[in-house]
Design a binder for this molecule. Structure first.
Ligand code: AHR
Length: 324
C-alpha cells in the first residue's frame, strides 16, 4: 500500500510574520518599567495531552524568567470555566490576559468586557472565530490548516492503492480540530483512492483515542490508515490496534500531529509512520508580546510558529535531544 519517500526535515525555528497592528494605547504606559511587575492572567485549556503539559511548563518558566507575575487557571477543557477565569482576571484588574480558547466560538461577550476594562488580550495557541478583531491584540500559534495539509500530503505521496482512513478528531469545535481536518481534506482531495471512512472525536486525549479506535475497528474492519489530530490520540489508537491483534505502523499506518517525546518514540519504533510537528514552546514569545501590549506598543496581528515534520528515520536522529 505504501511506497517509500525521502522527506527533507528542516530545523525547528520560530518566526514572526504578517502585518503589524498599531498599539491603541488601551493599556497603561508605565507598567513593565523597573520595579513595576506586570501581572498576566493565563486561562489554559486543560491538561489533556503531552503537548499541553509542555505548553504550560513553557508559559510558567518564561513568565518567571521575564519577571511577569502569572495567575494561572486550568479550564479542564470546558469553555464555561475559561470564561469564569477571564472574568475573574478582569475583576482582579490584571495587566494582560492570555488564553488558549477551548473552542473557536462564543467569546465576544467576555472579550468585550475585557476591552471595556482596558485589559489587552492575547490569543495563544488557538484562535477564536469572531469578526471583531479589536477584541484581542495578537494571535500567537501554529497554522493548523497547514499541519493538516502536511499530513495529507505525506499520505498522497506514500499511498499506493486503496486507503481507508479513520480520522481521530480533536475536541469538537476547537480550532486545531477544525483546521487539521480542513487541511488534510484539501491535500487528499485529488486522490479518489484515499477515503476518510470514519471521523470521530477523541477529545485530544489518549483514553479518547483508544476508546474511539476500539469502536471504529469493530465498525470499519477495512481501516488501513489512522490520521490522529494529536500524538496522544494516536498512542491510544496504537493500544486499541494491538488489542485487536493488528500491528500498528504495519497493518494500519498512523499519522499524528505534535511530535511530543512519547509520539516520537513510537515513530522511532515504527508504530507511528509520520508526525507533523506542532510546537508548544510558546512561552518566551508570549511574554515578549505581553510586555509590548502592556506598554501600548504595536505588535504583529499574527505570529505564526514555524514547524517541521518527522519520518521514522528523522525521529531516531532527534529523539535524544527532544525537549518535550
Ligand atoms: O491546540 C494545540 C493542540 O491541543 C495540540 O495539538 C493537542 O495535543 C492539544 O491538546
Amino acid at each position: 500500500m505504501f511506497k517509500k519517500i525521502a522527506t527533507i526535515g528542516c530545523a525547528l525555528a520560530l518566526a514572526t510574520l504578517t502585518a503589524c497592528g498599531a498599539g491603541d494605547g488601551s493599556a497603561g504606559g508605565s507598567k513593565g518599567a523597573a520595579g513595576d511587575k506586570i501581572v498576566m492572567g493565563f486561562a489554559q485549556v486543560g491538561a489533556e495531552s503531552g503537548w499541553r503539559t509542555a505548553n504550560t511548563k513553557s508559559v510558567r518558566e518564561s513568565a518567571e524568567t521575564a519577571g511577569i507575575e502569572l495567575k494561572f487557571s486550568d479550564a479542564q477543557q470546558k469553555q464555561e470555566n475559561q470564561i469564569k477565569a477571564i472574568r475573574s482576571y478582569i475583576q482582579q484588574k490584571v495587566d494582560v490576559i492570555a488564553f488558549s480558547p477551548v473552542v473557536e466560538t462564543g467569546w465576544d461577550a467576555v472579550l468585550l468586557e475585557a476591552k471595556r476594562a482596558k485589559i489587552p488580550v492575547i490569543l495563544t495557541d488557538r484562535a477564536i472565530d469572531s469578526t471583531d478583531t479589536s477584541l484581542y491584540k495578537t494571535f500567537l500559534g501554529s497554522d493548523f490548516v497547514e499541519e493538516g495539509r502536511k499530513a495529507g500530503k505525506w499520505l498522497t505521496e506514500t499511498a499506493n492503492g486503496p486507503v481507508n482512513v479513520a480520522e481521530l478528531q480533536g475536541t469538537t469545535g476547537a480550532a486545531p480540530a477544525i483546521d487539521r481536518q480542513k487541511g488534510f481534506k484539501e491535500a487528499i482531495a485529488q486522490k479518489p483512492d484515499i477515503k476518510i471512512v470514519a471521523t470521530q472525536s477523541g477529545d485530544f486525549t489518549r483514553a479518547g483515542g483508544k476508546q474511539v479506535m476500539e469502536a471504529l475497528l469493530r465498525s470499519h474492519p477495512n481501516i488501513n490508515v489512522v490520521y490522529a489530530h494529536n500524538d496522544d490520540m494516536g498512542l491510544g489508537a496504537i493500544e486499541a490496534i494491538k488489542a485487536a491483534g493488528k500491528k500498528p505502523g504495519t497493518d494500519i499506518k498512523i499519522i499524528t500531529v505534535d511530535a511530543v517525546k512519547a509520539g516520537m518514540q513510537a515513530l522511532a519504533d515504527g508504530e507511528i509512520n509520520y508526525i507533523v510537528e506542532c510546537n508548544p514552546l510558546l512561552g518566551d514569545q508570549l511574554m515578549d508580546l505581553a510586555k509590548k501590549v502592556v506598554k501600548g506598543e504595536s505588535v504583529p496581528e499574527r505570529v505564526v510558529t514555524e514547524e517541521t515534520t518527522f519520518t521514522t528515520e528523522q525521529a531516531k536522529k532527534v529523539l535524544k535531544d527532544r525537549k518535550y
